[in-house]
Structure formats: structure tokens, C-alpha cells
Design a protein around this ligand. Structure first.
Ligand SMILES: *Cc1c(COP(=O)(O)O)cnc(C)c1O
Length: 443
């Protein structure tokens, strides 16, 4: 049986060129550790710029990982049968974690390094609530208090995610909130603002000022992507035990962390010439940063508090339509993945939400597990490929991250089943208007 990894994998030193650095929003110079110290603990800042290929996972973190890791690699034979495909479909299932997604893989080390530095309180934002519940759980493990700004639409629509965060001991606010300057400003302009991840990030970052408080981010940053490589390292070992070689690795992308976590270890093997899978990121058609965004320096949040990140962006004040995959509603993409996409190291496609839910329902009816709305994007692409194999007769091996369960997303499934769900396309004029808000070009 596969064992939980003892090291995280850092892909940066294996790339043909390093990713462009984050820039200070005022000076446009690369940010230094001193710029980030008010936001993150020293160890995570060091990991963010590390060029070591592997980092040891502390025993205290591995002890918490062992509550649910290694996670199962499931052969979806009943789905294959329903599709009459010769393809073999494997799912790395992260829904067995306490929060029900891959997010605790990074929440736990982030809480640990903060606690070790004597920090007492973590603040963050959450969209659908998965990151918030993961961080609330992790803070409970290391005796930290936790305060969370939750995007208004989700706060209203997902009361049980809210309950879960409170159960783990966190305090939850609807965002935009009157508690911060950035939140109050948006409420003054629009008292019924549905909120967005960009706004909630501004509120959390603004609240990270006290000496004993730091900010935590659940995706996008290099150290987050690195923590998630436990997914791919285990999957690599599990496939080897089964004597299987992957032809397609596919994952959904919001900020990019579960996709990177699954794909990076396979990419390392691909760069070394040992395997040659196609690697595919799947994003929502209503929030298509890779496939329709611009590769440019932009802020990570709406108010413009964060460093400038070079990434595929739809513009920092872009408010995505309220699709049900809340975790995929982010205007930007991880800078490391954006850089790798430019280098041609993987491909990306965008999918409309009904096609994704169709795949999610088929999956639930054949395999039993109810997927979160986010990984149904990857499932839709896997199903599409398996159907193609059914016509060509190719016995391809498809591997995807089933990065969370959908037990708290049943309202979305109700809408799909009753025929009330809509696709949201993104008109080009709306995207163009949002892109005019990008900060002045930085070379
Ligand atoms: C947060 C989340 C996502 C999106 O974030 P990534 O960083 O792109 O992985 C996707 N799926 C689930 C289940 C999530 O909780």
C-alpha cells in the first residue's frame, strides 16, 4: 500500500526558466521577504522562493496528514462500463479529508508554521467555504484562532459550510462586511453586492495587521501548490503498484492548487522522459482565465493590496457569474502555472456548467460518490476522452483528481435535476471592459 509522502516536491528548479517574480505595487521592484513578513510566517516566505527540489514534511504535519492520508486511488470501472469505453479511468479521491477536499493538505502546514513562530490568529477569505473549513480545522489542530471572510453569495447559500467553520471554532463574516475599510467602501456603492473572492481577499489582508496575526491563502501561491504535491506523489506510487502508465492527467483549476498537486510529480517524470502523458487543466467557461484571460501583471485582490502577480487574469475587479463551482470563481491563476502554460507544459480547456453537472450525475449514479461541483469539470473532460476512446478503441489510462465531495452542494444538484440550471457564457465586451482595469503595464 502507498504510504503518505515524507517530502513535498518543488517543480521550480526543474523548469527550463524560472517564473517572473511578484512585484511591489508601489515600486514595481520584486517583492522581498520584508514586504511579505507582515502577511506570512518566515518559513512559508522561504518556501515561496525556494529552489530546493524537495522539502521535508515536518513530523507534526505528517501526524495530522495521517488522519486521512494516503487517500484512495479509485478505478472507476462502473463508469467505464456505462461509457462502454476501453479507457481505464482512475480518480485520486481527496474528499476523504476532514473538510471534504484537498485544501487541508496546505491548511495544516500553514497553521503549523504560523503556530511554530508564535502567531496566535490567522485570517483568510473563502468562496464556497472549502478553504475556510480546511483552515478552521487546521487552526484547531495547532491551537490558533481563525477569522474568515466568506463571499456573500456562499454565506447565504451554504449555511452548513458556515456551521462547519464555527464548529471547528472559527469566526465567520459575510463579505463585503462593514468591518473593514475595503468592505465598507463596496457596501456603500452597492449594499447588495454578492461579493467575490477578490473582495474577500482584500478584507482578510486588511485584517492581518496586528502583530500576532497573519494571513493564509488557500491556492495560487508557490508554497500552496508545493504542499498539494502529496496528491500526485501518492498517485504516482499507486499507479506504479498497479503497473499502469498514464496517458492523460486532468484536473480542474480555480487558483490551480489541486491540478498542480496532482500534475507536478507526473510532469517531473515527463520532463525526465520517463512517461509522456498529456496534461490538461479544465476551467469554467464563465471564468476562463487560462483560455481567455491575459498573461499580465495584476493584483490578486479587488482593492489592490497584494503584490502584482504575473498571471492569466480576467482583471482584478472581474466579478464572475454565480456558477455553483464556487471554488473556480477566481479572476486569476497561480503565477507558477501561468508561466508553465506559457512554456507549453500543459493544455487548458473551458467547460460550461451543465456539461460538468451531467458528468457529475453520471459519476454519482455509477460510482456512488457525489462529486463537488469543481471536480465535475475534470470529470467532464475525462468522460469526453473516454467516449473518444470508445470510438477509436484506444485503451487509454486517464487519471483525475476528484478533489472534493459535494455533500454540502446538494442545492446545486437540485437545480440541475429540476432543469433550472443555466450555462453562463462570458461576452467578449464584458471581458474587454474588465481587462481595461489592469494596472499600468509592467515589463
Ligand atoms: C478550492 C477548491 C477548488 C479550486 O481551487 P484550486 O486551487 O484550483 O484547487 C477546486 N475544488 C475544490 C473541491 C476546492 O475546494
Amino acid at each position: 500500500m502507498a504510504s503518505p509522502p515524507t517530502r513535498w516536491y518543488n517543480i521550480v528548479p526543474d523548469l527550463p526558466e524560472p517564473p517572473p517574480p511578484p512585484l511591489h505595487p508601489g515600486t514595481h521592484r520584486p517583492v522581498g521577504p520584508e514586504d511579505l513578513a507582515p502577511l506570512f510566517p518566515e518559513e512559508l516566505i522561504a518556501q515561496e522562493v525556494s529552489t530546493a527540489p524537495f522539502l521535508e514534511i515536518p513530523e507534526e504535519v505528517r501526524e495530522v496528514y495521517r488522519l486521512w492520508r494516503p487517500t484512495p486511488l479509485i478505478r472507476a470501472s462502473r463508469l467505464e462500463k456505462a461509457l462502454r469505453t476501453p479507457a481505464r479511468i482512475y480518480l485520486k479521491y481527496e474528499g476523504v479529508s476532514p473538510a471534504g477536499s484537498h485544501k487541508p493538505n496546505t491548511a495544516v502546514p500553514q497553521a503549523y508554521y504560523n503556530a511554530r513562530q508564535g502567531i496566535r490568529r490567522l485570517v483568510t477569505e473563502t468562496g464556497a467555504g472549502q478553504w475556510g473549513s480546511a483552515l478552521a480545522f487546521a487552526c484547531a489542530q495547532f491551537d490558533l484562532s481563525c477569522e474568515i471572510w466568506m463571499v456573500r453569495t456562499s454565506y447565504d447559500q451554504k449555511p452548513y459550510r458556515r456551521s462547519m467553520m464555527s464548529l471547528y471554532g472559527a469566526t465567520v463574516h459575510a463579505s463585503p462586511s462593514p468591518l473593514t475599510t475595503s468592505g465598507a467602501k463596496i457596501l456603500a456603492e452597492n449594499p447588495t453586492s454578492p461579493g467575490s473572492l477578490g473582495i474577500a481577499i482584500s478584507e482578510a489582508v486588511e485584517s492581518a495587521t496586528p502583530e500576532d496575526t497573519r494571513y493564509a491563502l488557500g491556492s495560487v501561491l508557490n508554497h500552496v501548490l508545493m504542499h498539494q504535491t502529496v496528491i500526485g506523489e501518492e498517485a504516482l506510487e499507486q499507479l506504479t503498484e498497479l503497473d499502469e502508465t498514464p496517458d492523460l492527467i486532468v484536473g480542474c483549476t480555480g487558483g490551480g492548487s489541486n491540478f498542480a498537486g496532482l500534475a507536478f510529480p507526473f510532469l517531473r517524470e515527463k520532463l525526465k522522459g520517463r512517461i509522456n502523458p498529456r496534461i490538461l487543466a479544465v476551467e469554467p467557461a464563465s471564468c476562463p482565465s487560462f483560455t481567455r484571460g491575459r498573461y499580465a501583471y495584476d493584483y490578486g485582490d479587488t482593492a489592490g493590496f497584494t503584490p502584482l502577480l504575473k498571471m492569466h487574469t480576467l482583471g482584478h475587479d472581474f466579478v464572475p457569474d454565480p456558477i455553483h463551482a464556487g471554488g473556480l470563481r477566481y479572476h486569476g491563476m497561480a503565477p507558477l502555472l501561468s508561466h508553465m502554460y506559457e512554456l507549453g507544459l500543459f493544455e487548458a480547456v473551458a467547460k460550461p456548467q451543465r456539461e460538468c453537472f451531467e458528468a457529475g450525475v453520471l459519476f454519482a449514479r455509477t460510482q456512488g460518490i457525489v462529486p463537488a461541483p469543481e471536480p465535475t469539470h475534470a470529470l467532464a473532460a475525462a468522460v469526453e476522452e473516454a467516449r473518444r476512446c470508445a470510438t477509436t478503441g484506444e485503451p487509454k489510462v486517464i487519471v483525475t483528481a476528484l478533489c472534493g465531495h459535494g455533500h454540502l452542494d446538494m442545492a446545486a444538484y437540485d437545480r440541475y435535476l429540476s432543469g433550472e440550471m443555466e450555462d453562463h457564457d462570458l461576452p467578449q465586451e464584458r471581458l474587454d471592459a474588465s481587462l481595461t482595469g489592469l494596472p499600468h503595464p509592467v515589463e
